[in-house]
Design a protein. Structure first.
Length: 137
């Protein structure tokens, strides 16, 4: 009588500890990549929303200057631009920074820029032509 299984019978296979560890590490790596790309996407959405706001202010600025061609851009104020903004807003729009701070828009330059504080331009993208945090080209 034979007590050992023959080669023709298929033995049940199970995953080894090493195989399970490799699979878990690959899954954790994929999850981490997903979180990183999700954070970058959130930053991109904030930058895109900010550029849309700056573009609407730029549109209002150009409409005001078209109606008042003798006015210098450096003489513009929020109160002069607000009636010309799209959607009949009653206050100058603001934008949220990457850290969640509310930032204003400087209107006495053309095109308008986001104020990082004390008149400095806020643009974490590093380019003023990418349409993130600015008007773009």
């Amino acid at each position: 009588m034979k007590l050992t299984p023959s080669l023709g019978i298929c033995a049940r296979r199970a995953f080894t500890l090493l195989e399970m560890t490799v699979v878990i590490l690959v899954l954790l790596t994929l999850v981490k990549i997903g979180f990183i790309s999700s954070n970058k996407m959130d930053e991109w959405k904030l930058g895109r929303a900010a550029s849309e706001t700056v573009r609407s202010v730029y549109s209002g600025q150009r409409m005001y200057l078209a109606d008042n061609p003798m006015t210098n851009v450096t003489d513009l104020t929020n109160e002069l631009i607000i009636p010309y903004l799209p959607n009949k807003v009653t206050v100058m729009p603001t934008v949220k920074s990457l850290t969640g701070n509310t930032l204003s828009i400087i209107v006495n330059v053309s095109p308008p820029v986001i104020n990082a504080g004390s008149g400095l331009t806020y643009d974490p993208s590093g380019s003023n032509r990418d349409s993130l945090w600015d008007v773009g080209e």
